[in-house]
Design a protein around this ligand. Structure first.
Ligand SMILES: Nc1ncnc2c1ncn2[C@@H]1O[C@H](COP(=O)(O)OP(=O)(O)OP(=O)(O)O)[C@@H](O)[C@H]1O
Ligand SMILES: [Mg+2]
Length: 258
């Protein structure tokens, strides 16, 4: 029997009262979305810094949309900003968000025409950025910043979004499939991981990806390890291998004398 219980028209206050603060219960009961085990752990985490290194198609963007919606409804005056490499990807993500929002049939959501943002009667806002740092400098007091496909977001954009968390002490979540040994996503993975809550989700943990499909991909996709096994491969356009560069800049090594 389906567990779904949903009123036709509901208000933010009613939802917040009836489901006690659990994003997983909220997702199942109100959004008809049953999170995978890692998605459930992630949705429930209140860690300040979270790094997710995930297979393709494991559900990163969908879970991001669920989290953004839960945060906006349950934490009044929250400001959720979602960052992605391009306008098109931000629009895709907001489509998922709007679809989940539509399932709630809220009577008091103040939906804006703008496809990249939404506002709520409890003062919360959710906004997706168009993938460039040029237009975002005026944003501040962000309570949750989520970077989808972080390995492909430029370092310029990442560096200019981080200060938005300064005053609000906001949370920061980076989620991505790897894309070579470069950029802030790789840097945090390789140098700062211990300071983050780290999730590694290979394709085998995704119940919707079949072993048969993976076997075929292993045969024909040269990026198999990167796309499905969370592996940071050497970038094709890298002249020197990452480890070689690292060795060359190692302070412990004696400089060569001529
Ligand atoms: N828990 C779930 N239950 C059912 N379907 C799910 C679940 N999580 C994700 N999906 C579905 O899996 C598909 C891939 O999800 P999504 O686009 O979020 O993955 P992704 O990791 O962002 O993929 P990509 O790496 O291509 O960006 C979508 O059709 C989504 O609806
Ligand atoms: Mg995605």
């Amino acid at each position: 029997m389906a567990l779904t219980y949903r009123r036709k028209v509901d208000s933010i206050q009613n939802i917040a009262k009836r489901i006690p603060f659990d994003p997983v219960a909220f997702a199942v009961l109100y959004l008809d979305f049953v999170p995978d085990p890692w998605q459930a752990d992630f949705l429930r985490s209140r860690e300040y810094r979270i790094l997710l290194n995930c297979s393709r198609q494991s559900g990163k963007s969908t879970t991001t949309a669920v989290l953004a919606l839960w945060e906006a409804l349950y934490i009044p005056k929250s400001f959720v900003v979602i960052d992605s490499p391009s306008l098109r990807q931000s629009q895709e993500l907001m489509l998922k968000f709007q679809e989940f929002l539509g399932r709630l049939q809220l009577e008091d959501s103040l939906d804006s025409d703008n496809k990249l943002s939404a506002q709520f009667a409890n003062g919360s806002r959710v906004m997706a950025l168009p993938g460039t740092e040029k237009t975002i400098r005026s944003l501040s007091a962000v309570t949750l910043l989520i970077e989808d496909e972080a390995s492909r977001v430029t370092d310029e954009l990442y560096n200019s979004t981080r200060p938005m968390l300064a005053v609000s002490q906001g949370r920061l979540i980076l989620m991505s499939t790897p894309f070579g040994k470069r950029g802030h996503f790789f840097h945090i993975y390789s140098e700062e991981r211990r300071r983050w809550q780290y999730f590694e989700i290979p394709a085998e943990l995704c119940p919707r990806i079949s072993p048969e499909f993976l076997a075929e991909e292993k045969e024909s996709n040269p990026w198999f390890e990167q796309e499905y096994h969370c592996t940071f491969m050497e970038s094709e356009d890298q002249l020197f291998k990452f480890d070689e560069i690292k060795k060359a800049t190692d302070d412990d090594l004696e400089p060569m004398k001529f």
